[in-house]
Design a protein around this ligand. Sequence first.
Ligand code: HDE
Length: 720
Amino acid sequence: MKPSKTKKAENSKTNDLAKNTENGQGEFLTTNQGLRINDDQNSLKAGERGATLLEDFQLREKITHFDHERIPERIVHARGSGAHGYFELSKSMTKYTKAKFLQTPGKRTPVFVRFSTVAGSRGSSDMARDVRGFAVKFYTEEGNYDLVGNNVPVFFIQDAIKFPDLIHAVKPEPDSEMPQAASAHDTFWDFISLTPESMHTIMWAMSDRAIPRSLRMIEGFGVHTFRFVNEKNESVFVKFHWKPVLGIHSVTWDEAQKISGKDSDFHRRDLWEAIETGNFPEWNFGVQIVEEKDEFKFDFDLLDPTKLIPEEIVPVQIIGKMTLNRNPDNFFAETEQIAFHPGHVVSGIDFSNDPLLQGRLFSYTDTQLSRLGSPNFHEIPINRPIAPVHNNQRDGHMRQTINTGQSGYNPNTIVNNSPVQAKAMEGGFVSYNERIDSNKVRARSKSFFDHFSQATLFYNSQSDVEKNHIVDAFRFELGKLESTAIRERVVSMLTKVDKMLAANVAEGLGIPVPKAEQFLNQNIPADGDPKKYQPINVKSELKSSRALSMTTTVKDTVKTRKIAILAADGVDEDSLNTMKHALEAAGASTKLIAPNLGNIATAKGKQIKVDQSFLIASSVLFDAVYVPGGKRSIEILKEEPDAIHFINEAYKHCKAIAADGKGTDLLYLTAAGIKILNENKGEETHVAYGILLNRSSKEFIKAIAHHRFWDREKTGKVPA
Ligand code: HDE
């Protein structure tokens, strides 16, 4: 789709200062010094066929700039997509926090959001199995607040000092630089097999949460426990949640791998197109509040980032909604140059002592220095706060601000001590005065040693289908390893999560289930007693949690879903249009797919424009398939192997499939039809399987909203 420009949203931050007029429309071409250029097509030469002259400042400026166009990509989360929007508060948080943007219902705050994968390079596929980053910059009147979270509520490690090891293990192996954007290799699983604290997050990463259908359909979590602080300087603990209005949906692993080949920009394109077509992605914003007095009432430690607070124990209160309504004008200037930092807070939001969070507070400014190249990265338009900035910091690479006057220090009399410090009541940030009184130690609290109870809780909360997908993900990932010893260590660790899970994974790998005792915890200081460092077993009271399964998510809308309509010359116009219009009226989009581009002629001779040929289209890029009637159209499609494959593949991926009139004949040549003939179970069963023959558009819409018909996976696999 050719990018068109959305109308500028009123509530979005505008960075007009540095914005060039639309590609210099109607302006003269100039050098960077403003000199008008007469010939930008030829370099300056000694004669038409002679050597190029060193004097050609115009050529040198252009090439030098080009040579320096790339900057270092992010060491993690390099692959990302972003958008502008706003956050609107619906419930006042005055009781808990003095943060101004959380006071008055109806208040809108501009935001920029960047979604990302963690492991891959900037050019890698969107569909890698990976945790997704979910970073939100709120441009508040009191300064920028960054909520730099993920789509998984927990993390692999408990202490920041282990982060470089984790990332070195998951990134491509250093000798061969393989594999790209994939955790299915020896170094990652070697590290995991020796790091039992990773087990809870590993369960999420092996679930379908790690292969989302759309970035618009992922949850977001602040992960760490933070603090809210109110005007009276009272504090509560808080966990942050983003809940997608369209529900949480994923693709299958087979699909994800195929999408990576067919359209490695799948998520980026989906986000861009949704915003361009006015289908603005939305998330409800929620908080879990824990009073300070309740800090120790849980069977896990609130400071441990490998733990979540089950919603059954502390419900999520929805306090507002975020809407993304404007695509970036320039990917590099905005999405690439945006610099997030968990330490960008406003008064009323503060940190807990989570040792992972504490390390992050150092890391993010530091990384911007090497990535963006200067301590002045806050002056890049996308990073500028809307709140005024005044301080005595000066100079540095690429300084934009021209500070005037004599003073660059404090205290001073020259400008009456300006800029002056703000009292707390004037918005001056005062750290929460938590009492800390202890010995200086390099240690981890014993309360962090339960590594399995929430991994088990997560697994127990999944439906059978979700569990099967987790088993398959482990079989795939571990199956790719060269080392059998690493496989065995991981499976031995899985026995601590769930014995059946371990047995099923082991069966797929063709190994016996190793004993749990075999696993090694090597996160032990040189002088540490290994026995003291082994995980402890905690039996959590909660057996399962609804919020952890995707089966309980929103399933009543087809908004923005993509439906493929397969047709050829001779298609029945009514059969095509009735369904197409009903789907579009319900908010879905349709694409007409035919053997060739151009037009097809309907049975009545009307010309209809084809959107994609079978060469370009692929079922993995769609949510559902419809085959309208029309004798000739179906005769042509029957001879088109790609049409048969299209339906087989959609069937394999459990998508809704509908056919009308003669269209049903085509279905009988595919896995979908064969299944119906073989089972001979009657119409209602077909509908329950998401196969709709001559059914109403209403029923098809309901089936698409259901997302997938996983029961098909249980009853025998199909080729595709
Ligand atoms: Fe990050 N992380 N991280 N991280 N992280 C970065 O900062 C780091 C962690 C997250 O779209 C880097 O600007 C350390 C948890 C997101 O620009 C870097 C530790 C969570 C993004 C960094 C963590 C995150 C980053 C790389 C362990 C979820 C992308 C580029 C102590 C709560 C933000 C950059 C964007 C990016 C360090 C762990 C989320 C190197 C040291 C836990 C979404 O500073």
